[in-house]
Design a binder for this molecule. Structure first.
Ligand SMILES: [Zn+2]
Length: 248
């Protein structure tokens, strides 16, 4: 497995941009597409040597993970795209190994992880990353209950490593997963305290929980706060009326 950065650096995607992973061997396969940056595709081509790319596996359809598909199809016209919503085999041949797809909604409804049944590595997309947090965008299909459930199911797999869509490879999956779960639980307590303290709207709660943020980050943080409120609502612990959110 070869980590090839997609070269789409940004505050969201990280200093080297998204990670893509090339599995060379009998069925050359790329996990996530990047954004079609020519130098990324050149790196894929030179790593493949004389082989042709057979498959692209997509963890989810956010543009930083799937935007490069047309450029990849133009370079390797025979390539097969494997993603949620298309018929997906229980066992996907990739490189010289077999990957098992695992539907892991939460960050997005269509999020899939791929578990290498031989090495026990898990290609985890935007389920977990280090050096940055995962946004749960409630207004764009994010769901915090589903996310926490997905984390628990991945934890039960006891993966050897997590290979994320952003940031470094994670050598201690259980610690990273538990860190995420604890972080979300702590945020939930902070959201509850903010509502109890009289903040009724996601923007007000965000200001109280996060403090001052840049405008770009404020929108994403407010969307994650909304995800917390929706979770509390679904659990019967909060409700929303004309003037905003309240605890039951
Ligand atoms: Zn994403």
């Amino acid at each position: 497995m070869l980590l090839l950065p997609a070269n789409n650096q940004s505050p969201w995607t990280g200093p080297t941009g998204n990670n893509t992973y090339l599995l060379k061997g009998a069925v050359p396969a790329l996990v996530d597409a990047g954004v079609g940056d020519p130098s990324h595709l050149d790196a894929v081509r030179s790593a493949l040597g004389t082989a042709s790319l057979a498959r692209v596996l997509i963890t989810h359809n956010h543009p930083d993970h799937a935007g490069g598909l047309p450029a990849i199809a133009a370079r390797w016209p025979g390539v097969r795209v494997i993603r949620f919503g298309d018929p997906m085999d229980e066992a996907i041949e990739a490189g010289d190994t077999v990957l098992r797809p695992l539907h892991t909604p939460g960050h997005s409804p269509d999020h899939v992880c791929f578990f290498d049944t031989r090495s026990r590595d898990l290609y985890c997309g935007d389920l977990v990353r280090t050096g940055g947090s995962i946004v749960i965008p409630a207004s764009k299909g994010g769901n915090l209950r589903h996310y926490l459930d997905s984390l628990a199911r991945v934890r039960d797999l006891s993966p050897r490593r997590l290979l994320p869509g952003h940031g470094p490879i994670i050598d201690d999956p259980i610690a990273a997963i538990d860190g995420y779960r604890n972080h979300r639980m702590q945020r939930e307590e902070e959201v509850i305290a903010a509502v109890r303290g009289g903040s009724l709207l996601p923007e007000q709660i965000t200001a109280r929980v996060y403090g001052p943020l840049s405008p770009v980050l404020t929108a994403a943080a407010a969307d994650t706060v909304l995800a917390h409120l929706v979770k509390l609502h679904d659990e019967g612990r909060a409700f929303v009326s004309d003037d905003g959110w309240r605890l039951t």
